[in-house]
Design a protein around this ligand. Structure first.
Ligand code: FES
Length: 219
């Protein structure tokens, strides 16, 4: 299947710069006859997908070679914001920390919100890179990225992850939802694979694997 390669937009949310409310996003225009381009715009709480983006269904390649540890980029695939995070070793360690696990609603990804090849402790193909649909499973806002471990911000004993600005749902750095928040499910993981160690191909399963994003319980 063909794909379109895009340079990643400027990432944000470095380990030294807590996440901002405005995400920078790359609108990936993929499809035959469509001039490929990138549009960057402020990403606040929600977004209206462009009609031509909704129609575009081909895989997109995202170069993550310049994505530093602790940073996230947001790209758009099939009209949906896709979070790509370069997790730090410290961030990965929190995913297996009992203190994190015990506050999660579905720490073992029992609910079908990810492909079988991401049904693991890091919910990804390569533990270093998280790839998730950035839509809160409560009412569809875009959660805000807070990558840094903090005693207070944006919540007490914060291990790094996401806080939804709409009604306060929280997710960890693997998109696993906390217990006792409005959102009922983990963030979905789209079909994807690593086309190379530093390139994520979104919209195409690894060879021999079958997964359709429409099969998840909730986007
Ligand atoms: S939409 Fe995210 S908490 Fe309500």
């Amino acid at each position: 299947m063909s794909s379109t390669t895009h340079s990643a937009p400027a990432p944000h949310g470095t380990a030294g710069e807590p996440g901002r409310r405005d995400f920078l996003t790359l609108l990936a225009l993929a499809g035959a006859g469509v001039a490929v381009g990138a549009i960057v715009w402020p990403f606040i709480d929600s977004m209206e997908p462009a009609a031509d983006t909704l129609a575009a269904g081909e895989p997109i390649d995202v170069d993550v070679s310049k994505l530093a540890p602790g940073q996230q980029i947001v790209v758009v695939w099939r009209g949906k914001p896709i979070f790509i995070v370069h997790r730090t070793p410290q961030g990965l360690a929190t995913l297996q920390d009992p203190k994190t696990i015990r506050v999660l609603s579905d720490p073992n990804s029992k609910v079908l919100q990810q492909p079988p090849y991401a049904d693991n402790w890091h919910r990804s193909v390569d533990p270093t890179y998280a790839v998730m649909v950035g839509i809160c499973t409560h009412l569809g806002c875009v959660p805000t990225f807070y990558p840094n471990i903090s005693a207070t911000d944006p919540a007490p004993n914060w291990p790094g992850g996401y806080l939804c600005p709409c009604h306060g749902s929280k997710y960890d750095l693997a998109g696993r939802v906390y217990s006792g928040v409005p959102a009922p499910y983990n963030l979905p993981v789209p079909p994807y694979h690593m086309a190379s160690p530093t390139s994520v191909r979104i919209g195409e399963n690894p060879p021999g694997q079958v997964f359709d994003l429409n099969s998840v319980v909730q986007i």
